[in-house]
Design a protein around this ligand. Sequence first.
Ligand code: GLP
Length: 236
Amino acid sequence: MSSYSYEELCERVANAIAGQIKIKSDSCLGLPTGHTPLGVYRYLSEWSRQGRIDWSKARCFALDDYLGTSEENTFHYYLEKNLYSHTNIRPEHKFNPCHTDDYDRLIAEQGGLDLTILGIGGNGHIAFNEPGTIAASWTHCTFLNQSTRVANQDSFGELAHVPTRGLTMGLATILQSRWIILMANGEKKKTIVENAFRGPVTTDLPASLLQKHPRTDVWTDFSLDFSFPAESPALV
Ligand code: GLP
């Protein structure tokens, strides 16, 4: 189905986030890290500097973070640098699983996630829910797969410095979000996205559980021979 350039994909996701905040100023947003959303944060930062988005009531929840790394390698730092510092979000509305004992309760107390943006790992992980994570998982500590550590080693210089553990929203946490957008960029993600949304629903491929979610959109910058969700049949 139709595909976008990386810039168009990012602008579309950024628009969805900005629109969500416009419709509901105190929206709770689940936010990813990694390479994929960097363009989204560039758009949001620019629009925020121009005064076009008011983050004063919005709540942002990092999907996950590393355990046992230096401050500048944390996802909290990543979000601060690439998004928060360009917005008027209040410090007490920036949430991270490493900063609280009960992330799920915190999310619930804030009203529940309205919109969660996800990337996808090469092995089908979402946040740090690696293959084999149970569907009924809430926020938890996890060991990172070797392939995840290899994929994320850029900012650490060498593999030995990549943490072995992370804290992550669980699959149940994510599936409770009212709206989910999974974004993927680069042909290297094509097969895993196809397997996740055309293949069986299995915890061996965590993103496939999103097939059961009532409102998940899959947006990519490569072409797929299907849409997710499937396009509604034409009205006759
Ligand atoms: C990381 C993050 C995920 C992210 C994924 C893909 O491990 N925990 O939230 O979606 O990897 O990252 P990238 O966008 O760099 O491919």
